[in-house]
Write a protein that binds this ligand. Structure first.
Ligand code: LLP
Length: 426
């Protein structure tokens, strides 16, 4: 179920453009983004849920990919934004999302940041009583719409680092204190109209989502009854996974939506909650399979193992090193060649952990070949760094086969542009 296309030259096709031509024209490493795939992902996601519950909104978790073109594409589809930092709020505002289309879910946020986000007009999704009380002191709370992130005591994710519910999680207010906290917010003058939960990321199993919907709705129902809150929205976060390996299956969105909205509606009825808007916050699902990271093989080395060395590393794509994540890798130069060997695909960072793959079946890869590291659209560029003084990669947008550069590759000058040498060291 991977989104891999091949053209008549047996090269990797990305949105109608030839990956080998792109590598030649723009250089590597480069992230190549397929515009139509993002539009298609958004529309499949939106229509699956709105079919069963028309009062439904998608808040794109832009931490997955904050490329301006990517955010603009989603803006033009009518999508809203889930922002986690003042920088993301600022970016979204610049791109034309108005405040009401931005939900800010911060964690351990300073007073200055809370104030900034409020002044930008974004809706604040509060993560702690501490933030609630601080916010009440720095703005006039009267009538200000807010929501709370609750811990639904359900967590799931592709890696421990990506589980965000349950007793070990730093996120949200406790389920047992929810009524008290909403009451406190009301007493301070706020207008608490929303509830939010997010259980984790990279989840292909539908079961935890069902549990999370039930548990979040039980908390919301109790708050509705205890405190008299009429919820305008309930937000169940993101987390819907995508296949990274050829064996993994894409989530059956229609069934997923039918089941989860069924549960949601049952709970609305049980607690007599009317019909609040349902929000979801997909990140990975919208952009993950829309980008390929193109790299070039520069060395083939037979040591105790066979290493295929490429011109990118974990400073370019961190997921394999950080989470041991699988990213499918193809030889974009010869897509028809059969696998003949198992190799390690290694990056150019001076660390042993800088590997994109271990024991990976590959064809007879040669120096100069262009490799495509698939599914690099989510948490790819956004987690990249300048480690080893490597300039950040460029990004190319493909629209109906036409390529445009949407982020210049960094220069060496950019590496130290913000640094200042003190006079006595000059
Ligand atoms: N909403 C909230 C509050 C979140 O914290 C996240 C992701 C999302 C939505 C979107 O989750 P998604 O639909 O993309 O799974 N760097 C990791 C993923 C970290 C996710 C953090 N929060 C990775 O590369 O897998």
């Amino acid at each position: 179920d991977l989104n891999i296309k091949v053209n008549e030259k047996n090269h990797l096709d990305i949105g109608g453009a030839d990956a080998v031509d792109i590598a030649e024209e723009f250089g590597t490493p480069t992230y190549v983004i397929d515009e139509n795939r993002i539009r298609d992902n958004y529309n499949r996601f939106y229509s699956a849920f709105s079919k069963y519950y028309p009062d439904f909104k998608v808040f794109y978790a832009c931490k997955a990919n904050t490329n301006l073109a990517v955010m603009k594409i989603l803006e033009s589809e009518g999508c809203c934004i889930d922002a986690v930092s003042p920088g993301e709020v600022y970016t979204a505002k610049k791109l034309g999302f108005d405040g009401q289309r931005i939900l800010f879910t911060g964690n351990n946020i300073t007073n200055e940041e809370l104030k900034f986000v409020h002044e930008e007009g974004a809706v604040l999704n509060i993560d702690s009583v501490s933030a609630l009380n601080r916010l009440a002191k720095i703005i006039d709370p009267e009538g200000v719409k807010i929501s709370f992130r609750v811990n639904p005591m359900v967590g799931a994710g592709h890696h421990d680092h990506c589980i965000t519910g349950g007793v070990m999680s730093k996120f949200g207010i406790m389920d047992s204190e929810a009524s008290e906290v909403y009451q406190q917010a009301k007493d301070l003058g706020f207008n608490p109209v929303g509830m939010h939960s997010h259980i984790g990321s990279g989840i292909l199993d539908p079961e935890p989502f069902k549990l999370a919907i039930e548990s979040t709705m039980d908390i919301a129902g109790k708050v509705h009854q205890d405190v008299g809150i009429d919820f305008e929205f309930v937000d169940f976060g993101g987390g819907v996974g995508i296949p990274y390996t050829p064996e993994e299956k894409i989530v059956d969105l229609d069934k997923f939506a039918e089941v989860n909205i069924g549960l949601f509606k049952e709970k609305l009825e049980e607690f007599d909650m009317g019909s609040p808007t349902m929000y979801l916050e997909p990140g990975r699902f919208l952009v993950g399979d829309a980008s390929v990271l193109l790299v070039t093989v520069n060395s083939v080395k037979q040591s105790y193992r066979k290493f295929i060395g490429v011109d990118a590393g974990f400073h370019t794509l961190l997921r394999p090193a950080m989470y041991d994540s699988y990213h499918h890798i193809v030889d974009a130069s010869k897509m028809d060649a059969p696998n003949t060997q198992e190799v390690d695909i290694a990056g150019n960072v001076c660390e042993s952990g800088d590997l994109f793959a271990r024991d990976r079946p590959m064809p007879d890869v040669e120096e100069g070949d262009v490799l495509g590291i698939m599914n690099a659209g989510a948490y790819g560029f956004t987690m990249s760094s300048n480690y080893n003084s490597r300039p950040l990669a460029s990004e190319i947008l493909v629209t109906d086969g036409k390529c445009q550069i949407v982020r210049e590759r960094q220069s060496f000058e950019d590496l130290y542009a913000q640094q200042i040498i003190p006079d006595h060291l000059k």
